[in-house]
Design a protein around this ligand. Sequence first.
Ligand code: KG4
Ligand code: ZN
Length: 344
Amino acid sequence: MGIETSCDETSAALLETPNTICSHVILSQDEHSLYGGVVPEIAARAHLRRIDDVVEKTFRDARCTLSDLDAVAVTAGPGLIGALLVGVSWAKALAFGLGKPLVAIHHMEAHLFAPSLEDPDAGPPFVGLLVSGGHTLLLYVPVWGEYHLLGETRDDAAGEAFDKVAKLLGLSYPGGPAIEDVSSDGDGMRYHFPRPMLNSNQQSSDKDFYDFSFSGLKTSVATLVSELDSQGKLEDERNHVAASFQDAVVEVLVEKTLRAVEETGCSRVLLGGGVSANKRLRNEFNRKLGTKGILFLASPRLSLDNGAMVARAGAYRLEKENIASLNVSADPRLPFPGLVRVSE
Ligand code: KG4
Ligand code: ZN
């Protein structure tokens, strides 16, 4: 069983084999849209109210009972402490009560495993791009458990940029799907936003060759939005601004990943995290990688936070005998296991 409560999805899943999902329940909290972002205390309380039902329904749907369980995997971090604690406490109680192993999972490692739930070939070696609300990581993964960090964001994560720009444009939370939605009627060439840390003179030895930065891009959008607003043009231009912003983020993500493909000589690319649900990003990767490589992508449901990817990562960690003690706690800054910084 995998349990996920790190942010605003309460989710549980049962796997029959490491790659076969028996049942999967994902409950998204819509309470936060009122506030334009996730409110940690509300998230924790909502997980607490729902986790019993979510886990129970997962067993019911799979026609399984508690005694069928082999192990319990849970996201132990990173994430919101109150939210994480709900899942971790539940998983500990379940594991202790049944005398079964508990496996503590890093949320971003779980995202890496999501595509393999639909395609057993989606494994190393690959260049991995993880893009979520809290992280932007570019990795080279020669084998599971060994994660060479090529680049990461120096400020905002890609998903965070989508969420903040959506807010500037008066769109709802979560910002990613809202921006994708209005962009479909927009002209992405109308405004040219900067492509942060992307220029053709960079060498692979440069520190910013693989790194990302999205906060300046957000500021450029903010400046344009206030100009358009003062001219009374924001309403008409919103879709074009959104599409132009989306194009800028997508271009940076795709180009930096392709640099990694070129430099590592590995043409297998795996995308993970909520932003990888973005159609424009998926299409651009497909177009640019073309027949030169293989792209591994989870379906949108499994790209966003879910319990099945936690169970899948749990199966891997269980096989490695990485069993957690019942003293394990939730850690909002849990280090990525096996992460090795390549540059510096
Ligand atoms: O992985 P995830 O579900 O949760 C975290 O681990 O953070 O990612 C959530 C992030 C949010 O910032 C959300 O706006 C973004 O993923 N996102 C998207 C799309 N769907 C979700 N960003 C761009 N396009 C989307 N379709
Ligand atoms: Zn996530």
